[in-house]
Design a protein around this ligand. Structure first.
Ligand code: KIV
Ligand code: ZN
Length: 387
């Protein structure tokens, strides 16, 4: 079968990078449950854990490998044989196993994390890929802190690990440092300067320290990356990782990008709620795509435009991401049109005069009270009968 050049592979790391958030740890049973949901969502790769880090993580990779059939199951390692041996053991039941190994690539990490040199680090990366390759065909290499790495050195490292057998090369903006155009240019530079780059898939892995993880991931995809590493709800260390629902819906909404995934977007809202409740990590109400207010219209001008034609203020239909429905929230900023919408919904079809009187009373109430309920509206209408 011919490889589709516009297909974006979705690599979910909710269970690895996402689960590193303090207080969000999951049991093996919970991880298996989420992995099965991720499979139904249509992700291509599930990063199931970092097997050497703890017996629990090891067991989670084993159980997810048994439970999940379609997606590739990936295990993280550092660039050393001990980590790789343990990952190989944890992946033994996986139908499609992948080892994700790597090492720091910025001078900052090389000097101040590894106390080493570029030459030595490059050699360690190559050796790790060659070692992993003896056990699995699919080896992904991560160049940690690539966001701050020297570009010619990064290109040299990527070329060497592809020559050693890496099938995917991950270019992480580990610290969420890059601007979108910088990150996009980095990917383009690798496309243009790594002689064997066509033998591997470039992967984007962005962190959200400056709120740019999604924008940077999109910039990377626009410049030739074909795998995106992300988490549900953008969960992850510090300010989090790239949010899967945001990237996927950007690709879907902007057809002109001509990039597509295999994700069943209608499962996003449910998936978001499951991850949030299992990880005890609330989703901010204004979170794009899955936040409780993502489809709530509250100002009078917007409500009026929305009620005339939803597309005036809706670029994604809530049902497309499994969201219950758009809502018209009644506040002191709402107009007559929104009030009439809710009164009609409750079966109160008022004439113009009655609506004017009720609207005035509604505004007085909404100035005093944050939430206007159906009971409040029924009460306002019943006052019309009292002369
Ligand atoms: O952010 C990062 O660099 C990572 C790697 C371990 C892939 O999570
Ligand atoms: Zn990361």
């Amino acid at each position: 079968m011919l490889h589709d050049p516009n297909r974006i592979y979705v690599f979910d790391t909710t269970l690895r990078d996402g689960e590193q958030v303090p207080g969000c740890q999951l049991t093996t049973g919970e991880k298996v449950e989420l992995a099965i949901e991720l499979e139904a969502l249509g992700v291509d790769i599930i990063e199931a854990g970092f097997p050497i880090s703890s017996p629990g993580d090891f067991q989670s990779v084993v159980e997810i490998s048994k439970a999940v059939k379609q997606p590739t199951i990936c295990a993280l390692t550092r660039a050393n044989k001990g980590d790789i041996d343990v990952a190989v053991e944890a992946l033994k039941y996986a139908r499609h196993p992948r080892i994700h190994t790597g090492i720091g690539s910025s001078d900052m990490h090389i000097k101040h994390k590894f106390n080493s040199t570029r030459e030595e680090i490059l050699a360690r990366g190559v050796e790790a890929v060659k070692y992993a390759k003896q056990f699995v065909e699919d080896v992904e290499f991560y160049a940690e802190d690539a966001g701050r790495a020297d570009l010619p050195f990064l290109a040299q490292m990527i070329e060497a690990v592809i020559a050693a057998g890496a099938t995917v090369v991950n270019i992480p903006d580990t610290n969420g440092y890059c601007l979108p155009d910088q990150y996009g240019s980095k990917i383009k530079y690798l496309k243009d300067h790594v002689s064997n780059i066509e033998q591997a898939i470039i992967s984007v892995h962005c962190h959200n320290d400056l709120g740019l993880a999604t924008a940077n991931s999109i910039a990377g995809l626009q410049n030739g990356a074909r795998q995106v590493e992300c988490t549900i709800n953008g969960i992850g260390e510090r300010a989090g990782n790239t949010s899967m629902e945001e990237v996927v819906m950007i690709l879907k909404t902007h057809a002109s990008l001509d990039l597509h995934t295999n994700i069943n977007c209608r499962r996003f809202y449910d998936m978001s709620c499951k991850v949030s409740s299992m990880m005890r990590m609330p989703v901010q109400p204004n979170k794009a795509i899955v936040g409780n207010n993502a489809f709530a219209h509250s100002s009078g001008i917007h409500q009026d435009g929305f009620l005339k034609n939803r597309e005036n203020y809706e670029i994604i239909r809530p049902e497309d991401v499994g969201f219950p429905d758009a809502s018209i929230v009644l506040t002191a900023r709402s107009g007559r049109h929104a009030l009439k919408f809710h009164l009609d919904r409750l079966g109160h079809h008022l004439d113009k005069n009655e609506l004017d009187v009720t609207y005035k009373k509604f505004l007085e109430l909404a100035d005093r009270k944050k939430d206007i309920t159906d009971d409040d509206l029924n009460e306002l209408v019943s006052q019309l009968l009292v002369k």
